[in-house]
Design a binder for this molecule. Structure first.
Ligand SMILES: [Zn+2]
Length: 300
């Protein structure tokens, strides 16, 4: 006998500020409670008419090394850590107001966002949560990189990530695994930071991207390991990949019950899996901006 799982939103407003990694632009996120069946909605407060875009795979467009959502004039970039934090903290409905296109890079992890959401508290709502129970095995990708989603009898989401850049990469090959819960996410997934090789870091800086970011601000791997930095976890890189995977899968608009195993997947492949899941989802909620208006005063 399966007990119902209800939708949740945050109890109080949460705010997180920082700068975009790619743009260097300052940005503040304001997380607001919203009503049932709203889902996750981003609102660009800095644009005329404050347009919104829903956190769904149907709004995702392919981008290099990050996840971007677009709906009309509303564009938001680097949303994967925000989406992961909301999913990981079991928040189904939330309005995310932002005053720039790119989400804050922070320390390269979702730690600060997860803590802010935890401090905001949880509000259980009256409608059952939208749950995607995998019926059949689904797969995307090829021999180079792939994601497989398996059905499970458990009422949970298990994630496995195999990272392998080959024997010549300064980034070590590791595997990470997690059975998702709020505690697991908060302490073991959210704090894992993003990373790149020294060669890639130099190339980005040469192109004028992320000039404000130093090697202390994120994990940069030289031949002898992290430069000017130390790992938070021995498998921090594959742990961070779990975070990215979760943030992208969250774009299916439902809580997922199943086992998902990823081999060297990146955002675009993750997004393809999320889109397949979204298409499978027959009871998809349709977020309505009208409901956002009604709840904007809730937390004021
Ligand atoms: Zn990431």
């Amino acid at each position: 006998m399966q007990s119902a799982i209800y939708q949740q939103t945050i109890r109080h407003i949460a705010r997180v500020s920082g700068r975009g990694y790619w743009s260097g632009q300052p940005v503040t996120l304001t997380f607001r409670p919203t009503s049932v069946d709203t889902g996750i909605v981003f609102r660009r407060m800095d644009l005329p008419g404050q347009p919104t875009v829903c956190g769904l795979a149907s709004n995702r467009i392919d981008m290099h090394l990050r996840t971007k959502l677009v709906s009309g004039a509303a564009e938001v970039e680097m949303v994967e850590h925000v989406m992961a934090a909301l999913y990981g903290m079991q928040i189904d409905n939330c309005l995310v107001e932002c005053d720039a296109c790119e989400m804050p890079g922070l320390d390269g992890s979702a730690g600060a966002i997860a803590i802010a959401l935890q401090q905001a508290g949880l509000e259980t709502q009256t409608a059952p949560a939208n749950i995607l129970v995998l019926g059949d095995t689904m797969q995307v990708g090829d021999q180079q990189s792939s994601i497989t989603a398996h059905p499970t009898d458990e009422m949970n989401l298990k994630l496995v990530y195999h990272l392998d850049y080959g024997p010549n990469s300064p980034i070590p090959s590791t595997t990470s695994m997690a059975v998702l819960s709020r505690e697991e996410f908060l302490h073991h997934i959210a704090p894992a930071r993003t990373f790149l090789s020294e060669q890639d870091a130099n190339e980005l800086q040469r192109l004028g991207i992320a000039r404000h970011v130093t090697f202390r601000d994120l994990l940069v791997f030289g031949p002898n390991g992290p430069i000017d930095n130390a790992l938070h976890f021995p498998d921090e890189c594959s742990r961070h990949k779990l975070l990215d995977l979760l943030g992208d899968l969250a774009l299916c608009g439902a809580r997922i019950f199943g086992t998902i195993t990823a081999y060297k997947s990146g955002h675009n492949l993750n997004g393809r899996m999320a889109l397949q899941m979204l298409q499978q989802q027959t009871q998809l909620r349709k977020p309505t901006p009208l409901k956002l208006q009604a709840t904007a005063s809730y937390a004021a």
